[in-house]
Design a protein around this ligand. Structure first.
Ligand code: THU
Length: 133
């Protein structure tokens, strides 16, 4: 866990567009080459179209051709470390190895370190799709 990257995830939350929930979230995903991509949650009047911070960060990286990651930091202005939603767990599992560290952060930067597999055991993967061809 890198304190500087945790601070970057916190800073990313300041860009959150959250007129409906007033619940800013920030994320920082780190590539294998140590490049950091930041993201925030972006809401919409059509609530279901809102995008979570961790998906924003991941999609920014993937859209620049980066598919290999070493860690993600997710920050919420919460009393205890934030817990990512199910949709984000599935989307992260598409690109991140089972053992990749996930650092969940509270408003005071208290950390819960976990992994992709711990967050979403027995997840649906591209192997499941391919074996069905
Ligand atoms: N949210 C995230 O961006 N990441 C999480 O890990 C949990 C939830 C967002 C979605 C929505 O904009 C707001 O937080 C409240 O659910």
């Amino acid at each position: 866990m890198d304190k500087k990257i945790a601070e970057m995830a916190k800073e990313a939350a300041s860009q959150a567009y959250v007129p409906y929930s007033h619940f800013p979230v920030g994320a920082a995903i780190v590539s294998q080459e140590s490049k950091v991509f930041l993201g925030c949650n972006i809401e919409n009047a059509s609530f279901g179209l809102s995008n979570c911070a961790e998906r924003t960060a991941l999609f920014k990286a993937v859209s620049e051709g980066i598919h290999d990651f070493s860690a993600i930091y997710i920050y919420g202005e919460t009393e205890s470390p934030i817990s990512p939603c199910g949709a984000c767990r599935q989307v992260l599992s598409e690109f991140c190895d089972d053992e990749m560290p996930v650092y969940l952060l509270s408003k005071n930067l208290e950390v819960k370190a976990t992994t992709i597999l711990e967050l979403l055991p027995y997840h649906f993967t591209k192997k499941d799709v391919e074996t069905n061809d």
